[in-house]
Design a binder for this molecule. Sequence first.
Ligand code: ZN
Length: 66
Amino acid sequence: MPVYEFECPNGEITEKLVRMDTQEIVCPKCKETAKKIISCCAFELKGGGWYADGYASSRNKTGRSK
Ligand SMILES: [Zn+2]
């Protein structure tokens, strides 16, 4: 079973092992309804951007010092 993140109305994030079709859980802290966060794809895109940015700037630095 995959781990999903849930956010309640108070902004608390709870990680929990649930079935894939689970859309919401009860927040263990405030007992409000916490809804599932879908974040896998956004995270992947962000990681790619960071990598490309770092590579480009390090090449630029090397060229300038010569
Ligand atoms: Zn909560």
